[in-house]
Design a protein around this ligand. Structure first.
Ligand code: ADP
Length: 635
């Protein structure tokens, strides 16, 4: 099997499970609903009881007005009316309306606060997943697309929308239940008289007509809701991609001022505006078509509901005319009809959004459940391994997710504590990939990497990571304080951090900073933030590597941004620092190879030569060519 095929075998099932567009759970399941409820309630246990309470209050609230107004009207229509009772009813109407509204507002605010508490849990777990997911997958475009979707759902959709949607469903169900009780009362009130109409009004067939119309109206609403759900789901799926791309462009290019440099210098605004315009048109087109289709559906849904309402009003009027109840009850029963209508359309809308959104909830949990292959190992790193170690790459092949060809092919080599290895080769020859595999940022598709004879995948991942101090080519300095950047934690030993910065050649710059280690880096979050030059940033990255002081040191072009004086100093210090350790350096300046014990030469993903600097020069192979090419410039 080809390396790519091999990779797909383990990667694809996970990816397809994750793909929000293609396989995101079409089905609703109570198990998933239970999980979602438990998940939201983890940090905010009161969220669902409070949701129920607010739903009950909101459902009951309109009936205060309906029932008390009906009572007042009945009392007014009675010639022997009791003024005291009337006054009491009016007072109750105003008072309960006022208190009810205040209570609903208060509980809704408490519920909002609970939602923010629940959101903290959501943000924390999503961020944790992003940090802990297999590094190779974090570069997968499909997974990044899902990640973007999830983070944009925080506020209105996905898991965070669940409480509001359940509230709407409960409220609609309660509204319908209360109205149903009034419907029963309505049918029990009997029309008076001997005529055909009175007989019909009291006959079971009148109830049947009423119920058939009601069921027909509900069925139309449900069918329209289901169809609407499908239309919007399809629009969401299609529009999600351009929308995410647009958000990404807006966030990454317009809010990060460093990117503005190239946009200005190459006058690329037009390029960005065009791209944004196209993306906007694309997603607006999907939603435009969905809105149009849903408008037509809405008419089809509302027509039977309106006909039903009209007939019920007629029915209520006739029953009142035939003496089944007084004038006050007309208000009550017409109010009931309005509430049933409200309840039904709210229930349909709520179910539509609920099922539509359930897709997002499924995707959310599929993302969180994505297995971490790096987390499989359970062997602790033995103390002896830290003291003395040897790595071995045995016929290692690796292909990036989605790439057509392997980036490393059949690489075999050994290196041990105390040895300094230089890796050289042209751009794209696989040097960085080699160290990513060594550090377990990716795992081989074929072959194995051994540490003291044990496959590194068997070690506990967190412990294995502690084995390395690294400076990657694309190291990241974060918008935190200087000291935090070096220590990679908020609590640290200031003296050690200072020493690391001095060793990395940052001492003078540190002395010039008023807030010292507490200096905020970058202006993104703070006016007082300090911007670093490329070389200064690289020194901070080197200081972070020194501060960690791990047994093995890995550096990918660690001095590319440094001036020649700083570079020479750093190499001397790194030599001292790595004296009792193992170290691998990737460098395009071949002069650094002279300080290393052995050199690995990579070409097109293969390790084509290995040996000491002298041996490789004498061998007159690829290394010799690289060396001569560079030497020409210096000569
Ligand atoms: P080097 O460090 O020698 O310049 P790399 O190891 O970074 O080379 O890359 C080796 C090959 O792998 C290149 O062809 C590069 O395009 C490819 N590659 C690197 N990173 C990725 C990635 N995340 N996804 C797909 N291909 C990648």
């Amino acid at each position: 099997m080809s390396p790519t095929g091999n990779r797909m075998r383990w990667l694809r099932p996970e990816r397809s499970k994750n793909s929000s567009q293609k396989t995101a759970g079409k089905s609703f399941s109570f198990g998933m609903l239970k999980r979602a409820v438990g998940y939201l309630a983890k940090d905010a246990p009161g969220i669902f009881p409070m949701t129920l309470l607010v739903a009950a209050m909101q459902a009951a609230y309109p009936y205060i007005g309906i029932l008390l107004s009906a009572e007042i009207l009945t009392e007014l229509a009675d010639p022997g009316r009791d003024m005291e009772h009337l006054f009491f009813l009016a007072l109750a109407l105003v008072g309960l309306n006022f208190l009810g509204k205040r209570l609903i507002d208060f509980c809704s605010q408490v519920l909002e606060v609970m939602k923010y508490t629940a959101m903290k849990h959501v943000v924390r777990t999503v961020a944790e997943k992003a940090w802990k997911m297999d590094y190779a997958l974090s570069a997968d475009p499909e997974i990044n697309e899902t990640k973007e979707r999830i983070t944009h759902w925080f506020y209105g959709r996905g898991i965070m929308a669940l409480s509001r949607q359940l509230l709407n469903i409960f409220q609609a169900l309660l509204t319908i239940a209360i109205s149903a009780a009034l419907v029963v009362e309505f049918f029990r009130a009997r029309a008076v008289g001997e005529g055909g109409m009175a007989v019909f009004l009291n006959h079971w067939s009148a109830v049947a007509v009423f119920l058939v119309l009601m069921v027909f109206s509900i069925a139309c609403s449900i069918l329209s809701a289901a169809r609407g759900e499908k239309i919007y789901r399809e629009a969401d799926e299609a529009a999600g991609k351009p929308m995410n791309q647009m958000n990404h462009l807006l966030e990454s290019c317009f809010t990060q001022y460093q990117r503005g440099k190239d946009i200005r210098m190459f006058q690329a605004e037009g390029l960005f505006q065009d791209r944004l315009g196209k993306l906007q048109e694309e997603f607006a087109g999907y939603y435009g078509r969905a809105h149009q289709a849903s408008r037509i559906l809405r008419i089809l849904e509302q027509f039977p509901a309106r006909v039903f309402n009209l007939l019920v009003y007629l029915f209520v009027g006739l029953k009142a005319l035939y003496g089944a109840f007084g004038v006050g009850s007309i208000l009550k029963y017409t109010g009931m009809v309005a509430q049933i209508g409200n309840g039904i359309s709210r229930l349909c809308d709520s179910f539509r959004y609920f099922f539509q959104n359930f897709e997002n909830i499924n995707t959310f949990f599929q993302y969180l459940d994505m297995p971490n292959r790096t987390a499989d190992g359970d062997l602790p790193l033995p103390q002896e391994t830290l003291q003395d170690y040897e790595f071995e790459f045995r016929a290692v092949t690796f292909t990036y997710p989605g790439a057509a060809a392997p980036s490393l092919q059949n690489v075999s080599c050994r290196f041990r504590k105390g040895e300094k290895i230089a890796i050289v080769g042209r751009n794209g020859s696989g040097k960085t990939t080699f160290i990513k595999l060594l550090c377990r940022l990716c795992d081989p598709d074929q072959g194995e990497i051994l540490l003291n004879g044990v496959d590194i995948r068997r070690y506990k991942y967190e412990e294995y990571l502690k084995f390395f101090s690294t400076v990657f080519q694309d190291y990241q300095i974060f918008a935190f304080r200087l000291g935090e950047n070096v220590a990679a934690e908020s609590e640290y030993q200031e003296e050690r951090v200072k020493k690391a910065l001095e060793e990395a050649g940052f001492g003078e710059r540190l002395a010039s900073l008023e807030a010292g280690l507490h200096t905020q880096l970058f202006k993104r979050f703070s006016e007082e933030g300090v911007e670093l030059s490329g070389g200064e940033s690289q020194k901070v990255a080197i200081a972070r590597c020194l501060y960690k002081d791990a047994p093995y040191v890995v550096m990918d072009e660690p001095t590319a941004a440094l001036d020649p004086v700083a570079e020479a100093e750093i190499y001397q210090r790194m030599n001292r620092f790595t004296r009792d350790k193992g170290a691998i350096f990737i460098s395009h300046r071949l002069s650094s190879c002279c300080f290393c014990d052995r050199v690995f030469v990579f070409e097109k993903g293969q390790l084509v030569e290995q040996g000491s600097h002298g041996e490789l020069l004498a061998a007159e192979g690829r290394y010799r060519k690289l060396w001569d090419a560079q030497a020409r410039y210096y000569a």
